[in-house]
Design a protein around this ligand. Structure first.
Ligand code: UDP
Ligand code: MG
Length: 320
């Protein structure tokens, strides 16, 4: 039996570019010395994406569709695809052609040479604004400084993962899913190839800055507890400092008496520490909210319907 490659394609309101995606990706898949399948996840699109997908499924049964019951977000949509894919290797890919499908043959070659993970690293990001590039760089630097696993910079979800990596990912059922972190957590022999990231080929990005900020929070809280420890060290530091200041005040009062002064400095200190305390309560809150979500143990996604033979793998995942 020949090996099979699964392409995992989460999509949300992308009717406009579905046709373009398939017409550029199918010839490349046909050229591979492998069997393949395309696992598209319709993440609760409100346009006619699902119609387009089922049209393509009728033409080509190896195009399979998982239709989620509502919009769950890209991470969860991708998880559904990872759970149900039947391939010996999988490649998550965006539908907007920002991840060039031309890299697939090279990724497959490296996989057949024995690598379990082949990352596609972005050399240039012409498609992204200056602010997005700078904030991304800052974010990855901070994240890697505080996290327990090294998360490669300039690498999106576009990468090849072997079946063994897939199985590790399938065993991770956390509901806050920072996928790049989870991929890196799994480990295994890894290599990378680089490419120039083009602008979106149509439609518009669903990632505003607010969403990116929340994505960054997700990354840090999922892979680091350093923010929680920060409060302790800051507290220790200020306590030591105030001890020194207190001794100074005692000595000064003994020597020179105690003229009442210092209202402004007192206010400044009170307000400053009020702010710092609130901030750390907020940080603790971020972690508690996530504990709360995990404890509820709700399913990561809900499947409404499936087109194509995918469900053979479904029972093996834990909770859907
Ligand atoms: N996507 C999704 N669910 C969402 C948002 C996005 O499945 O709630 C898909 C989207 O259709 C695309 C991929 O995730 O295939 C990447 O989204 P986008 O291009 O908007 O992100 P960017 O490239 O700007 O990071
Ligand atoms: Mg995109």
């Amino acid at each position: 039996m020949s090996l099979r490659l699964s392409l995992l394609v989460p999509l949300y309101n992308e009717a406009e570019i579905i046709d373009r995606f398939f017409t550029s990706v199918l010839p490349i898949l046909e050229g591979l010395p492998l069997d393949w399948e395309l696992v598209c996840v319709n993440d609760g699109s409100r346009d006619n994406s699902l119609e387009r997908l089922s049209h393509w499924h009728q033409q080509e049964p190896r195009i399979k569709v998982i239709n989620l019951s509502r919009n769950f977000g890209k991470e969860r949509a991708l998880t559904a695809a990872l759970d149900l894919a039947t391939g010996d290797a999988v490649i998550p890919i965006d539908i907007d052609l920002q991840d060039p499908p031309e890299l697939i043959p090279r990724m497959v070659e490296l996989w057949q040479q024995g690598y379990d993970v082949v990352n596609a690293v972005r050399r240039r990001r012409d498609g992204d604004s200056w602010l997005k590039r700078v904030s991304a760089r800052l974010f990855y630097r901070t994240l890697n400084a505080v996290s327990d696993v090294q998360i490669p910079r300039d690498t999106g979800d576009y990468r090849l993962l072997s079946r063994r990596v897939c199985e590790v990912l399938r065993s991770m059922r956390e509901s806050h899913r920072f996928m790049k972190g989870l991929f890196a957590w799994a480990g295994f022999p890894t290599t990378s190839i680089s490419f120039d990231r083009a602008p979106r080929s149509g439609g518009s990005s669903k990632w505003g800055y607010w969403r990116l900020w929340n994505f960054a929070l997700e990354g840090i809280t999922s892979f680091s507890t350093v923010p929680l420890k920060l409060a302790a060290y800051l507290g220790l530091f200020t306590a030591l400092l105030s001890l020194i200041y207190a001794s100074f005040l005692i000595v000064r009062t003994l020597l020179f008496g105690d003229p009442v002064k210092g209202y402004p400095s007192m206010m400044a200190a009170i307000l400053f520490f009020g702010g710092v305390q609130l901030m750390f309560i907020g940080i603790i809150g971020e972690y508690i909210a996530r504990i709360h979500d995990e404890v509820k143990g709700r399913p990561i996604y809900v499947i409404e319907s499936v087109l194509g033979d995918l469900l053979e793998n479904a029972g093996k995942g834990k909770n859907g």
